[in-house]
Design a protein. Structure first.
Length: 196
DNA sequence: CGCGGGATTGACT
DNA sequence: GTCAATCCCGCGT
């Protein structure tokens, strides 16, 4: 039930955002708090990138809220939505370019992932950004956390995560951004459809 | 300073 | 399928 990998460094988060969004699938998200270490596999992400992406908070420019998105990659960007749910993002790319990846789904309480499985191993699928943040005990106090150096929140790469086949990733339009016009149609939502 | 709406979820008809 | 919950941000006044 516990699986350990190599911690991701800054370079990982400095890659193009669509690449990072896909590469985060199958990685291990780790949260260390008073409960201990919670380790889950990332199964769904969404990318928000650039100045003009109307679905992104950053399309309104640099504001107190979005300044983290304009910052250097590898930091947590967490905000409250609908007055009750937190959304956890990891900022990507260089300072000055606004981009982040929203973590939308995880697999918990799973066996050590087996390479070439055609389905997910037994586990608990947690779907949706609000549920994901809640399960991982992520809230506004972790906003800005340095994912590269933090002892509370980080990401690891398993040996199995490295050569994840493209066929195991499904892309689709992003959820809940109908107001974004043409930008809502971009297939920037990524899901792991089977295991490794 | 007030107002509109949100990268959502869960309860209910 | 519909709808309310509930806080914060961004923008117009």
């Amino acid at each position: 039930m516990n699986f350990y990998g190599k911690r991701l460094k800054e370079e990982f988060f400095m890659e193009p955002t669509l690449t990072v969004a896909k590469n985060l699938l199958g990685k291990v998200l780790v949260r260390k708090d008073e409960r201990g270490e919670t380790r889950v596999i990332i199964t769904e992400t969404e990318a928000y990138l650039g100045f003009h992406d109307k679905a992104s908070h950053a399309s309104r420019g640099l504001t107190p809220r979005t300044k983290l998105m304009f910052g250097n990659g590898g930091h947590a960007y967490i905000y409250l939505i609908y007055g009750m749910h937190y959304c956890f993002n990891i900022v990507t790319e260089r300072e000055g370019y606004p981009a982040a990846v929203l973590i939308r789904g995880i697999l918990s309480e799973t066996e050590f992932p087996v390479k070439s499985e055609t389905r997910f191993p037994t586990g608990k699928m947690i779907s949706g950004p609000g549920r994901t943040a809640k399960y991982m005990n992520i809230d506004k106090f972790l906003n800005g956390e340095d994912i590269v150096e933090s002892e509370k929140l980080w990401v690891e790469c398993l040996p199995q995560s490295v050569n994840l086949k493209k066929s195991k990733i499904k892309s689709a339009p992003r959820v809940g951004v109908d107001y974004a016009g043409e930008w809502a149609k971009k297939p920037w939502r990524f899901r792991l459809v089977t295991s490794f």
